[in-house]
Design a protein around this ligand. Structure first.
Ligand code: MSP
Length: 507
């Protein structure tokens, strides 16, 4: 039976242009989506934009545009970013899609009919950038802990969701599903939000016009976070030519950074419980990309432009750098200098050189044809490839993306060392060493093929290029079979070609 794998990114706010933090989660989700397609799973990968709410409305006003004009323009940059990072998303949801709006209204009507929503007057401290209320104790020096800005005192009559009624069911769910939130530290954090006590939350806004109308009271719009969370369900209803919900819900993974953990680990599951839906299998919470020690954010203005980076260094180098440099799950500093250093040492020197040396030597000393296996092809290179493959498989199942890359590089480096040790250019001069030379070229080609397959989800273009230079099939799927030592299709023509990663000269 085919396994279904549904993975999502947060839907991004469109009040400003995208920065590399947005690209980061999209690439992480893309790596997992591609990896699961390699395993043969039926994958649905969703990303998109969160277009309602105060920040978008205010940004539109500043620009003298209507909110819809503003978001229609901004969304293009986010769609372009998804393409430029080579995201293989199956759908791009916009919360302004009419089907999404209808789906949100249906969902809330159901909760209203079940008695989980009621009207109440409310006063609180509100951060417009977070779209969230804060208790005074949660503020840092009287300011929003995330944005460092002053919160507004807001009083209105709103519809409330009975979040407090779900406290014990939520705790029960956490205790029954220790892998619900990963990594463990985030699980503990989320669980303690819940044990710390839950208050009912306001799910509508009376003062804001830019949102989905509450179906039974059109004077109010749906709170943007409820609108946004529901994208994960609504998209399945209309992304395909039939309702995909039965195949793909519950989601396998919601990926995000820790800033939005509470919404996903507390409010989202409670909303789903209230509607009688299953809960997602896992939330995976990664860390922040930092610049100069601070979280990169549009509000702070310390952002790296992903389009710039991709134009300068290429999509695959960017994808590689993000996950090689910062241990996935933890915070880490990124910089152009760091990217150039990794690019030169690990892409130009390690991987790029391995590809050009292997293919050039096959051209020169192997007649330009993919070498055939010989009796003695079972070498320590073969056993290393086997152990690296199982390490990468284990790392991918833990969503340890950095660990997987580290393991792949063990094989890349070992193959480079093998070239040094065996010196095929010397073997080529020695007539008695012909079979040894054939063996060495075979081991190199086969080792490199395995590296390319393991890299496919991380660096799809590079992987395809390596496989085609080696005369191998480039389609995805069947990984478990194809990854085995000995799978090299022999006899085809090998192409040496241009360097994959020309060295960057520091300016
Ligand atoms: N619209 C909400 C999400 C709704 S999901 C139902 C939102 N949007 S956002 O544009 O602010 O995106 C936040 C997400 O972007 C983070 O959770 C994370 O996935 C990603 N990142 C934003 N900045 C980041 C870093 N500096 N580092 C890593 N990830 C970053 O919140």
């Amino acid at each position: 039976m085919t396994n279904h794998f549904y993975i999502t990114t947060p839907i991004y706010y469109v009040n400003d242009v995208p920065h590399i933090g947005n690209a980061y989660t999209t690439i992480a989700a893309d790596i997992l989506a591609r990896y699961h397609r390699q395993l043969g799973d039926d994958v649905f990968f969703l990303t998109g934009t969160d277009e309602h709410g105060n920040p978008a409305a205010r940004a539109a006003e500043r620009r003298g545009l209507s909110p819809l004009e503003h978001v229609n323009e901004m969304v293009k940059r986010f769609q372009e970013l998804a393409q430029r990072v080579n995201a293989s998303n199956d759908f791009f949801i916009r919360t302004t899609d009419s089907e999404h709006e209808q789906s949100v209204q249906n969902f809330l009507s159901k909760l209203y009919d079940r008695g989980d929503i009621y009207l109440k007057s409310y006063k609180g401290l509100y951060c417009p950038a977070c779209e969230a209320f804060y208790a005074p104790k949660d503020l840092l020096a009287g300011k929003c802990p995330d944005h460092g800005t002053v919160c507004d005192e807001v009083e209105e009559e709103n519809y409330f969701f009975r979040l407090s009624a779900y406290q014990s069911r939520l705790i029960e769910h956490f205790d029954k599903h220790p892998e619900f939130v990963k990594p463990q530290s985030r699980f503990n954090e989320a669980r303690s939000f819940i044990t710390g006590g839950l208050e009912d939350i306001s799910i509508s806004r009376a003062t804001l016009k830019w949102g989905i109308p509450i179906p039974w009271d059109e004077s109010q719009v749906v709170y943007v976070w409820v609108d946004a969370l529901l994208n994960y369900l609504s998209a399945l209803e209309y992304a395909g030519d039939h309702d995909l919900t039965p195949e793909f819900w519950p989601a396998s993974y919601h990926m995000m950074a820790k800033d939005i953990l509470k919404f996903h680990a507390v409010i989202w599951p409670a909303l789903l419980m209230a509607a009688g839906n299953k809960l997602p299998e896992h939330l995976f919470i990664h860390g922040y990309l930092l610049m100069g020690g601070q979280k990169m954010s549009k509000t702070r203005g310390n952002v790296l432009d992903p389009f710039d980076i991709i134009n300068r260094y290429g999509t695959d180098a960017f994808r590689f750098y993000c996950f090689r440099e910062v241990t996935f799950g933890q915070d880490g500093v990124v910089s152009i200098e760091g990217l150039e250093a990794r690019y030169n040492s690990e892409l130009a020197n390690d991987l790029g050189n391995l590809v050009s040396r292997t293919t050039t030597m096959i051209e020169k000393f192997g007649g330009g044809l993919v070498p055939a296996a010989t009796e003695s092809s079972k070498s320590d290179i073969a056993s290393l490839a086997g152990s690296v493959t199982s390490d990468v498989t284990a790392a991918m199942s833990r969503v340890d993306l950095t660990g997987a890359l580290e393991k792949i590089w063990v094989l890349v480096r070992r193959l480079n060392k093998y070239i040094e040790d065996e010196a095929p250019w010397k073997l080529a001069k020695d007539e008695t060493a012909a079979s040894r030379l054939e063996l060495v070229l075979y081991n190199l080609a086969e080792g490199l093929r395995i590296c390319a397959l393991l890299l496919q989800s991380f660096m799809p273009e590079t992987s395809t290029e390596i496989l085609s230079r080696l005369g191998q099939a480039t389609e995805t799927g069947g990984l478990q079979q194809r990854i085995l030592w000995g799978g090299l299709k022999t006899g085809g023509r090998v192409i040496a070609g241009e360097p994959l990663f020309p060295k960057i000269e520091r300016s």
